[in-house]
Unconditional design. Structure first.
Length: 433
């Protein structure tokens, strides 16, 4: 997808030259980009292996997807502790080496006719678990590789490549499956993780492993420290609450949305895919905006305004009717705006979180906020389905889209809204215990 890749290069150029002269940052960016491509390609390839090679039914395919998502809930808090204990380069290299071996092993088993559903489920769980390790580690790694005043631009470049992978990865996975076969596509996808291992292995910076006075502390105590740190810090607590409010409402909205498009607007599968895919290019635009706007307008202003615009635009969806020629362009425009301003919020929030968190707590803070947000998504999906079933699809879509506005309201009512163009540091930031 040329547009995606050109946007990524634009995002890359927006990063200050001094940051790109940092060879360790370049190695992290290269490895993370290859890793994200492999991950998002495999999210399409594994289900296709199940359907085309094992001939599984819809219910079994649902189980496969759920198994791959489960580690996010089961492991995130523990992974935060482990990332804070280990060198992030080691975590990322081992995670992607493991994903390459798991995906490659499943591909070889499928080629020789020895792959069954239990083995594929084990593969999906393994890849999902190692993805949690990699995602928490790369977020913590950036803070240890670049100066704090470079965090916003570093995040812009990294999140820009992640957005491109979200667009290009599934398309690449589907294309490889069509041109080759599902097992060969899986084997090819494993090579992206190998490229990531080679890239990240070139990081020369030697991180110091934090010492824990009084001997090694128990994992549960360290998890508690991470959660307590987030709860007691006004900025981080707001980020956590706003993330949770958004994720539960977004999950509910998406359930109603995916019913609304075919049943109320009578769109074809191709049209639905086109409208949903528009969030990807929007996210790339958001990454470019994130490299500049917070430093000019202030983080608080950008966060509240971007969240209000990005979430608020979804309130336009229930107003659409029929299959007129304007319906699809309107949906594409809505999803572009949602993707752009949503990504702007993501990058700015990540920069704030990384800036105010001590290096020794980066993994646990990232994992705590991820856990709080993602942990509520099953509840949101269930709520969206119940509302659509008992109140109607259009009212359910309106209510759940309105629920997403709770996120910018929470930010507007907190000290987060008063942040200026310069981020505080752990030393200057008053945690307001």
């Amino acid at each position: 997808m040329p547009s995606g890749y050109s946007a990524v290069s634009d995002s890359a150029r927006s990063v200050t030259p001094s940051l790109w002269r940092n060879s360790d940052f370049r190695s992290l960016w290269l490895g993370q980009t290859a890793s994200q491509l492999g991950e998002h390609a495999s999210l399409v390839i594994l289900p296709l292996v199940a359907v085309l090679t094992l001939n599984v039914g819809a219910d079994q395919l649902g189980v496969l997807r759920a198994v791959g998502q489960t580690p996010q809930l089961l492991l995130a808090l523990f992974v935060g502790v482990w990332v804070d204990r280990w060198r992030t380069r080691t975590v990322m290299v081992l995670a992607d080496l493991g994903r390459a071996l798991a995906l490659g092993g499943a591909a070889v088993a499928a080629l020789v006719g020895g792959l069954g559903l239990p083995a594929l489920l084990a593969t999906a769980f393994t890849i999902g678990a190692l993805s949690v390790f990699f995602d928490v580690a790369y977020q913590a790694s950036l803070v240890r590789l670049v100066k704090r005043d470079q965090l916003l631009r570093g995040n812009s470049a990294i999140e820009g490549s992640r957005s491109a992978a979200q667009i290009g990865g599934p398309a690449l996975g589907g294309m490889m499956t069509s041109l080759l076969s599902a097992p060969i596509a899986a084997l090819s996808s494993a090579l992206f993780f190998v490229v990531s291992v080679l890239g990240i292995s070139r990081i020369r910076h030697r991180e110091s492993i934090p010492e824990h006075p009084g001997g090694p502390r128990r994992i549960w105590r360290q998890i508690h420290e991470g959660v307590r740190f987030v709860v007691r810090d006004t900025l981080l607590r707001t980020v956590c609450l706003a993330s949770a409010a958004f994720q539960v409402s977004f999950a509910a909205m998406m359930t109603a949305y995916l019913l609304f498009l075919p049943r109320e607007l009578h769109l074809s599968g191709t049209a639905i895919g086109l409208t949903l895919a528009a969030t990807g290019p929007g996210a790339l635009v958001g990454s470019l905006l994130a490299a500049r706007l917070p430093g000019r307008l202030g983080y608080g202003t950008v966060l509240v305004a971007a969240a209000a615009i990005g979430d608020g635009v979804m309130l336009c969806v229930p107003a659409l009717h029929g299959t007129s020629g304007a319906t699809i362009p309107a949906l594409v425009a809505i999803n572009l705006v949602f993707g752009a301003f949503g990504q702007l919020v993501n990058v700015a929030v990540m920069a704030v979180r990384q800036a105010v968190t001590p290096d020794t707590m980066q993994g646990r803070v990232a994992a705590t906020i991820t856990f709080a947000g993602m942990g509520l998504t099953p509840l949101g999906s269930l709520l969206g389905g119940l509302l659509a079933e008992h109140r109607g699809i259009r009212p359910a879509l309106l209510v759940t889209a309105a629920g997403m506005m709770l996120s910018p309201v929470l930010m507007a009512l907190s000290p987060l809204a008063r942040l200026g163009p310069v981020l505080p540091s752990p030393d200057t930031h008053d945690h307001m215990h």
